[in-house]
Design a protein around this ligand. Sequence first.
Ligand code: PMP
Length: 408
Amino acid sequence: MSNTSPQLSRRAQGLGTENAFVVLAEVNDLARKGKDIISFCIGQPDFPAPLHVQEAGIRAIREGKHGYTPSAGIDPLREAVAKYMAGMRGGLPIRPEDVVVGAGAKPFIAYAILSVTDYGVGDEVIYPNPGFPIYESQITACGAKPVPIHLKEARNFSFDPAELERLITPKTKLLILNYPHNPTGGLLTRAELEQIAAILAKHPQVWVYADEIYSRLTFDGTFFSIAQVPGMYERTIISDGASKTWAMTGWRIGFISNPVLSPVFTRWVTNTDSCASQISQWAAVEAINGPQDAAEMMKKSFFERRDLIVGLLNKVPGVACKTPGGAFYVWPNVTEACRMIGASDSEDFRKRLLNEAGVAVLADIHFGSRVPGEGQHVRFSYAASNEMIEKGVARMAEFIRKNTAEAA
Ligand code: PMP
């Protein structure tokens, strides 16, 4: 383009993305060419939304519930969410008016950053690395300064609270936490959350965004939110949603709660989507208030598959995989496997695994810069059938064996 033609903003030119979608395009391209691909790329349950939830959506359509709703969501949903979120979190005093419903939990990441940082003045946001890539891309797009905090394999993919203490400055406005965690499946323990809260007590200017979208998929112990630690409730934005718990990713229903910021979030929704789909909102009321058998069945199934995939991966030469405490991701260390087959790094490994063995995973670089000293990792989303898990890991083992022999 010549410089007299309309230009893109620096913001748009620098906008990050979720590379899961980029890899998915590669996978679809190979599949179209007739290649048999087993995919562990996409972070969504491999189940349909529960039938009674589907029926509630259909009923909403038939009953003419298709119009705009208040930006914060319909009252029955805000009431259901308030009760549900509080019930999951030790009876926090969440009121319906503290809750805002959105088109997924994702938009609230940007709304939170936009609500507590100013553009281009050096406000800092601390976020987990590796982590959900939208944190970093939105921090940058919103004109704040991204400050990654490193997750360590030796700590089961949590961070050292002493490092948090070092990273906080008077410019720090927001700390993003995510537990259970994408991409590692790691948790933050109650003791760790209490340590984090003790540090934040010395820095009252810092808000917390607690991304708890995988809260119902906690396998080890009961779920515990940082908002439950004394002194943390008012400064914590709790984020959750329907996508992962009830297999409703495409319905686009997320919700947040904060007693101070809810009117601000409501105003952001008015400025963007106006409201979440009314049809999906009624379906979400049913998902929350109706029978929980489907959610429990899915959780049980993910729990069993976690043990299956971890067991299988740990038998693959050059691969070491921790047992994650939640979500549906594993984050095996493939440093040794890369060395054995002569792959330059995890991304080279990922590409070769896809093209030569037809197994699609994501690499660590899709979740932020590689953490120094932590080696090479890939992410499997194990929301796939037992058969696919067995076949996929067997293909990976064979791929490593064959290429190790060739490299030698
Ligand atoms: N946070 C994390 C950590 C996620 O992994 C995802 C989905 N991949 C989201 C937020 C967004 O979920 P949704 O917008 O579907 O509610």
